[in-house]
Design a protein around this ligand. Structure first.
Ligand SMILES: Cc1ncc(COP(=O)(O)O)c(C=O)c1O
Length: 446
């Protein structure tokens, strides 16, 4: 397989077109496919479609395939485990793999103040990890209200949907929502909700929580938890100032609320640290993990301070949660991350970020470039002063990239997200930037 994009057929090719036609007849139309990519195989950060077209993957299956496609160590761990047994529900039986994984999580998760006094609940997805976190916070505090942030994405199950507020299409038609949820502005410094500049900011946006929600709407002693993405993912790859998260930590501790850090997208090395919380010195009470944890196999983890996770047998469980094959994949994934991949995300991420920053001089459509490691967002605007959102331009840009052999996704209303496998090389990053440059030029010519 070649290391650079190689588009052989007009897209979609004939085999892809035939599969998409069948999909439209038999598969739920609720999925958001932006362009007609039909996967055939992948290795590292390179994927091939059913017609033999080769692409660079800058989406990693929505920030999942950190170790790249079909990393040999992960495939070996999966196949070795599959030959032994596929399932033995952790709900009713023990298996050591799950204990090993919980032990690993206790070492690496940004929870428990480095004491290692951490317990894990296992499920199958990010949304389920959030459901468990919400239930645990309510159970543990005997309170029922939750504060979350505007622009956040936490999943599509009923509880997770209620705390999500990224786009209304994710909520429209599904009301009424779970009660007891309050949303506050997120610390988006490019569009500061209280009109300040990052250099003189004391995270005043949190005043909305302190002086509005906790004064007019809900008593602090009835709030179970504050749920926050340390870096907002789906909402546009928004990096808050450290003060925002630190003040939030102080506020929750002051009132006996739990702080839930949703690391589903930002965790497992994506930001150049094992967890994004580490960039901000943030220690949470509960952390949710999914996506990159098992290199593509379904797994969700809700890790919490051991003294918070004290619910009794039967209070919460999942037939498939933390199944042996996913757990084996997760153990292999963590080893690969620790052995150098987190470092690669840091180094190649810094390189990619500086190359993208440099494009700002050439393309006025680029309003903001932000991120950590290989979690980088580029926000597109029609005017750098008014910051009018370039929404249709963003959608066209995603297509221009596809036509040139790069799989990439949007985030928020007008940002594009660079979330490649963490095995990306600097050369591949350069290719992506060159094709991004070309795509932006094509857009301005159109
Ligand atoms: C921060 C965050 N939390 C939760 C979820 C939900 O994860 P899943 O799609 O696995 O249910 C996502 C998915 O994009 C996410 O980005």
């Amino acid at each position: 397989m070649r290391q650079v994009p190689d588009i052989k057929t007009p897209l979609p090719g004939p085999k892809a077109a035939a599969i998409i036609a069948r999909d439209s007849q038999f598969v739920s139309p609720s999925y958001t496919r932006d362009y007609p990519f039909v996967m055939a195989s992948g290795a590292g950060a390179v994927v091939e479609d059913v017609d033999g077209n080769v692409f660079l993957d800058c989406a990693a299956g929505i920030a999942v395939n950190g170790t790249g496609h079909s990393h040999p160590d992960v495939v070996k761990a999966i196949t070795d485990q599959a030959k032994k047994y596929l399932h033995m529900s952790g709900t009713d039986f023990y298996y050591e793999l799950q204990v090993q994984l919980a032990e690993q999580i206790a070492q690496i998760a940004p929870v428990g103040g480095g004491t290692g006094q951490v317990r894990s609940f296992f499920s199958n997805s990010g949304a389920e990890a959030i459901e468990a976190a919400l239930k645990l916070a309510k159970y543990s505090t005997r309170r029922y209200n939750i504060i979350a942030f505007l622009g956040s994405f936490h999943g599509r199950t009923t509880g997770a949907m209620a705390v999500t507020s990224s786009k209304y299409v994710q909520r429209r038609g599904f009301g009424p929502m779970m009660p007891g949820v309050y949303h506050a502005p997120y610390a988006n410094c490019y569009r500061c909700p209280v009109g300040l500049k990052p250099d003189s900011c004391e995270a005043e946006c949190l005043a909305f929580v302190e002086e509005q929600i906790l004064v007019h709407l809900v008593s602090p002693d009835e709030v179970a938890a504050v749920l926050v993405e340390p870096i907002q993912g789906e909402g546009g790859y928004v990096v808050p100032p450290a003060k925002f998260l630190q003040r939030l930590r102080a506020l929750t501790s002051q009132h006996g609320m739990l702080l839930i850090a949703d690391e589903v997208q930002s965790g497992m090395g994506r930001t150049g640290r094992m967890f994004a919380c580490e960039h901000f010195g943030l220690d949470a009470d509960i952390v949710t993990i999914a996506k990159g944890i098992a290199s593509g196999l379904p797994l969700g983890i809700t890790a919490s301070r051991a003294d918070v996770m004290t619910w009794p047998p039967g209070a919460h469980a999942s037939t498939f949660g933390g199944n042996p094959v996913s757990s084996a994949s997760a153990l292999a994934t963590i080893k690969i991350l620790k052995d150098g991949l987190v470092k690669n995300a840091d180094v190649v991420g810094a390189h990619l970020m500086s190359r993208l920053q440099a494009l700002k001089d050439k393309h006025v459509l680029i309003g903001d470039v932000r991120g950590k490691g290989l979690m980088i967002g580029v926000e597109l605007v029609r005017d750098r002063v008014t910051k009018e959102r370039a929404t249709t331009e963003r959608d066209r840009l995603v297509h221009e990239m596809f036509k040139r052999g790069v799989l990439i996704l949007g985030a928020g209303r007008n940002a594009i997200r660079f979330a490649p496998p963490l095995v990306l090389t600097s050369d591949q990053a350069d290719t992506i930037v060159a094709l991004f440059d070309e795509s932006l030029s094509a857009l301005s010519r159109a």
